[in-house]
Design a protein around this ligand. Structure first.
Ligand SMILES: [Zn+2]
Ligand SMILES: [Zn+2]
Length: 390
């Protein structure tokens, strides 16, 4: 079964919705226009709508035919990025410094397309929750919705999410069971030493010397503490210190991004950072204050729900276009918060072709509208397959 004909017929609508969202990008937790459009469309198709979940999140509730008690959640993210678009087509961003460069405009249009189809056909028995979340790009909108009682108010047997993937061929489906994307944390290390004249270093406790050693020592976490076949990254991305060539400063600051594929590795890295900071402080006679902030957990797909999603995808794009062993990625995704509360699966839909090859977050990125019908068909198929009419 390829793309649903009825969904293919709404391609022009989905494309128009997508391009309208593209023209009006909104950042983390500011998705007021976007969520209002989503809510209005869902209502117009007879779907029960709940707004303001996790600030600007929206949930649509659609019951099928029959008395089935099964329930599925499908999630799309709605937010854009704080960057300047460099495309020059008719529907480019109308807002300076804001751009849909990650394709969340496409994810939203896909889920709307699936909702329209499912509301019109209702060829299923049970409940579908259409989850439109804010603030995926660093704002933790998925977490905000979960904390706002998402799964208590809208219980789901399984929750599913997709992301476009411009590095993979258009219409392919890329998935894996178990850990698939890394956790993402931020560590800020403030070094408080004793400043002084550059000509008299022996009278100071140089925070730069301590910071350089701290940088080097942090590299040993991945090289020497994390197992060679495990996955973690410690990237020091900022090193701030000093105001003049003849001044040894009082303070230095290092900022790092930490990625880990499992909760155990995440704990290990955090613990080792604490120990290394304490050791460097002791060695250099400085204070090192570590502020380790846990941001997104790793995305861990559940085995059964991964099989369910793969089965739906195979029916739409064929087994030859479904890779169930897609490589793990060190990027992160706040769908992880939903997967911690509810079994589910997150996967990638390939979008690469001769006109769509820029990576997400590139100033010339544009979502590939050719996959709108494929994405909506996968959601529709998944619902009809998991909540069959008897
Ligand atoms: Zn992104
Ligand atoms: Zn994204």
């Amino acid at each position: 079964m390829p793309v649903y004909n009825r969904i293919a017929e709404t391609h022009n609508d989905m494309q128009a919705w997508r391009r309208d969202l593209h023209q009006h990008p909104e950042l983390c937790f500011e998705e007021r226009r976007t969520s209002a459009i989503v809510a209005e469309k869902l209502r117009s198709w007879g779907i029960e709508v709940h707004e303001g979940i996790g600030v600007t999140g929206v949930v649509g509730v659609l019951k099928g035919q029959g008395t089935g008690t099964g329930a599925i959640g499908i999630r799309a993210d709605m937010d854009a990025l704080p960057m300047q678009e460099e495309n020059d087509f008719s529907y480019k961003s109308t807002i300076n410094g804001k751009m849909h460069a990650c394709g969340h405009d496409g994810h939203t249009a896909i889920l709307l397309g699936a909702a329209k189809y499912l509301a019109e056909t209702r060829n299923f028995d049970g409940t579908v929750h259409f989850i439109f979340q804010p603030a995926e790009e660093g704002g933790g909108g998925g977490d905000a919705m979960v904390k706002d009682g998402l799964f208590e108010r809208f219980p789901c047997d399984g929750v599913y999410g997709l992301h476009n993937q411009p590095s993979m061929p258009r219409g392919t489906f890329n998935i894996r069971s178990g850990p698939m994307m890394a956790s993402a944390d931020v560590a800020v290390m403030k070094i408080n030493g004793k400043g002084g004249h550059a000509a008299y270093p022996h009278l100071t406790n140089d925070p730069i010397a301590a910071g350089v050693q701290l940088y080097t020592a942090l590299q040993t976490i991945v090289a020497r503490n994390v197992g060679p076949v495990e996955n973690a990254v410690v990237s020091v991305t900022m090193f701030e210190a000093g105001t003049g060539s003849n001044i040894i400063p009082q303070e230095a600051k290092l900022t790092a991004s930490i990625r880990a594929m499992t909760a155990q590795i995440r704990d290990l890295v955090e613990n080792r950072m604490g120990e290394i900071c304490a050791g460097v402080a002791e060695t250099h006679g400085v204070e090192v204050d570590l502020d380790y902030k846990r941001c997104y957990p790793s995305v861990v797909n559940h085995e059964k729900e991964t099989e369910i999603a793969a089965r739906a995808a195979i029916e739409v794009v064929g087994a030859e276009n479904v890779n169930t062993e897609t490589p793990i990625r060190m990027g992160s995704e706040d769908f992880a918060f939903m997967l911690e509360e509810c079994p589910g699966c997150y996967f990638f839909l390939g979008t690469n072709d001769e006109t769509h090859f820029h990576s997400v977050h590139h100033p010339e990125f544009d979502f590939n509208d050719e996959v709108l019908s494929i994405g909506a068909s996968i959601w529709a198929r998944l619902v009809e397959q998991q909540l069959p009419r008897t």
